[in-house]
Design a protein. Structure first.
Length: 290
């Protein structure tokens, strides 16, 4: 796998006025944690419902009318079509406005933007997913995608953690993956509560204990910046090369299509060159700029 292999996976759906959002309707809302919700949305336009496609790892610009626009990855898998899912942490004006909406409300969507996870390069490989908190959202799209094409991939290990049991997202997915005998899933929390009987410890430490083999493997990492920074050295210690490590970065974005310069990191634009990068691409600046 080379750096270029990942970088050129950029897909633009840009046709006509690229800043013009399509209307999507909120069908369903799932409370993940006290501050995180997953919204199931669908295009109001029937033609778009049928024709819209995306790939795991891509993102969209979602707008709440009167409040503004914000960037979120698509957290559902293209293999489970019919609607899009977006998982949103309440953190500012747009996300607060989104959290106030109910089923039936209309919001704007433009995308999908960015590159995607290199599925063809992952075929035949053992996959190690490492996620923290809401960082499971983009991984989840990929994990379901892989599960729905299970015979194309080798062993699957998932190490997922959150600060506390209440901060674990996608519990329904964690339950389903736990029941799947072809998946080895380890869930951990930084600090448990009285009801928690699972593992305690930070994700990078637990990953080191689990020690998945680097042989014929690819590690896909997403979580808070600090978790990502501490996870890469652990993977290197386990024998993973920078080309065997993939992550997806989140940066404050505006245009989403490489025009405004807002998402610059090192010599890259996260929206245009990513958001999916190999560690080899970002290693030189990840600790100082992310
Ligand atoms: S968000 Fe505008 S250049 Fe990336």
């Amino acid at each position: 796998m080379t750096v270029a292999d990942i970088s050129h996976r950029r897909k633009f759906l840009a046709q006509g006025n690229v800043y013009l959002p399509h209307i999507v309707v909120i069908d369903r809302i799932i409370d993940e944690t006290p501050g995180v919700r997953t919204f199931h949305v669908n295009f109001k336009d029937e033609r778009l419902r049928e024709e819209f496609t995306f790939e795991s790892g891509q993102f969209g610009e979602f707008s709440v009318f009167g409040a503004g626009e914000a960037t979120f990855c698509i957290s559902s898998s293209p293999t489970r079509g019919g609607h899009l899912e977006v998982t949103v942490q309440r953190a500012g004006k747009v996300t607060n406005a989104l959290h106030r909406l109910g089923a039936g409300a209309e919001i704007g969507f433009r995308g999908p933007y960015g590159n995607s996870f290199p599925l063809d390069l992952m075929q035949g490989k053992n996959l190690v997913f490492v996620g923290g908190g809401i960082g499971l959202a983009p991984l989840r799209s990929l994990i379901w995608n892989v599960i729905d094409n299970r015979d194309k991939y080798g062993r699957i290990d998932i190490v997922y953690g959150a600060r506390s049991p209440a901060d674990l997202c996608f519990r329904y997915d964690l339950d389903a993956w736990n029941k799947d005998k072809t998946i080895n899933i380890i869930t951990t929390v930084d600090r448990g509560d009285e009801g928690w009987t699972g593992r305690e410890g930070f994700v990078p430490q637990v990953l080191e204990q689990v020690a998945p083999s680097a042989s014929n493997a690819v590690a896909i990492v997403c979580g808070p910046p600090i978790m990502i920074r501490f996870t890469f050295p652990v993977l290197e210690k386990l024998g993973f090369t920078p080309e065997q490590m993939i992550t997806t970065l989140e940066k404050r974005m505006k245009c989403g299509i490489g025009k405004c310069g807002r998402c610059n990191i090192g010599n890259l634009y996260v929206c245009r060159d990513g958001p999916v990068f190999s560690y080899a691409e970002i290693k030189s600046f990840i600790s100082s700029e992310y």
